[in-house]
Design a protein. Structure first.
Length: 275
């Protein structure tokens, strides 16, 4: 499951924090911007990061249970916190108003870029997010689910791009082969119905072997074989086509088939020795 699209409109209260909880961070950030590069600035920066780690961890916890480990989410959220502290301008507003969207944006990008098990172009992934966000409002407005054509017109993209973005859902979290196929009412996993042996494989190998051996026969012998085993003609008709008696056709067939059998035995023996 992907992160909820509603996090786009999250505020500091939704993140479980209030500006008063971090009112001491604002003056620290002001001091950080005034402090020149050096050990003193690095120490102050570390103090601010440590002070705000609970904020990052709390935001990471809101995304738990969506297919990513808690440790990975905390690391991503903390990276977003560091970016927020480094880029925050105290003169443009409260700290949480900038830090919370920055941290959550970092987590959402992690889900978007790193949790797809198969490669999907970013354009298609972004379109999928827009499609998912548009389906709800359009369904309410139309009184039914929107079509791909209507979604394309709403978003200003090609219909094929909408279709591709919807189909890309299987690339995010494919069903496990160990799980029963959805809706089939059977208990056996999907893997039990995969990779069955095709009985025609041996026929293909036999046909290739016979084709090589038949190519060594004379033209008349190949004609007799084709008339008998492809066109299914009786020996009497084969004899009239070839210009020999039925008895001669029988003898020629027997001799030809025995030669082919012998060639097959010799080739099998040769393959066994080489193996």
């Amino acid at each position: 499951m992907e992160p909820d699209n509603r996090v786009d409109s999250v505020d500091t209260d939704a993140a479980g924090t209030h500006e008063d909880d971090y009112d001491d961070v604002h003056p620290q950030c002001c001091e950080l911007r005034r402090t020149p590069e050096g050990a003193g600035r690095d120490s102050l920066r570390c103090q601010i990061i440590t002070r705000c780690l609970p904020l990052a961890d709390h935001i990471a916890g809101r995304f738990a249970g969506r297919g990513e480990s808690a440790d990975d989410l905390r690391q991503v959220a903390r990276l977003g916190l560091i970016k927020a502290i480094d880029r925050y301008d105290p003169g443009k507003g409260p700290f949480l108003g900038y830090a919370v969207p920055t941290i959550m944006g970092e987590v959402r990008r992690h889900f978007r870029d790193h949790t797809w098990v198969m490669y999907v172009p970013r354009r298609i992934r972004d379109t999928r997010q827009r499609v998912r966000a548009a389906i709800g409002p359009m369904s309410q407005r139309l009184g039914r689910a929107p079509t791909a054509t209507e979604l394309a017109a709403e978003l200003g993209v090609d219909r094929d791009e909408v279709v591709q973005s919807v189909n890309a859902a299987v690339a995010y979290r494919p069903s496990s082969l160990d799980a029963a196929a959805p809706g089939d009412g059977k208990s056996e996993p999907a893997a039990a119905r995969q990779g069955l042996d095709d009985p025609r494989y041996s026929s293909v190998e036999d046909a290739l072997t016979v084709a090589v051996l038949v190519s060594t026969l004379t033209e008349r012998e190949r004609l007799i074989l084709r008339l008998r085993f492809v066109e299914n003609l009786p020996q009497s008709q084969i004899g009239r086509r070839v210009g020999v008696s039925q008895v001669q056709v029988s003898r020629l067939l027997a001799a030809t088939l025995e030669r082919l059998r012998q060639s097959c035995r010799e080739e099998s023996a040769a393959m066994g020795m080489s193996a």
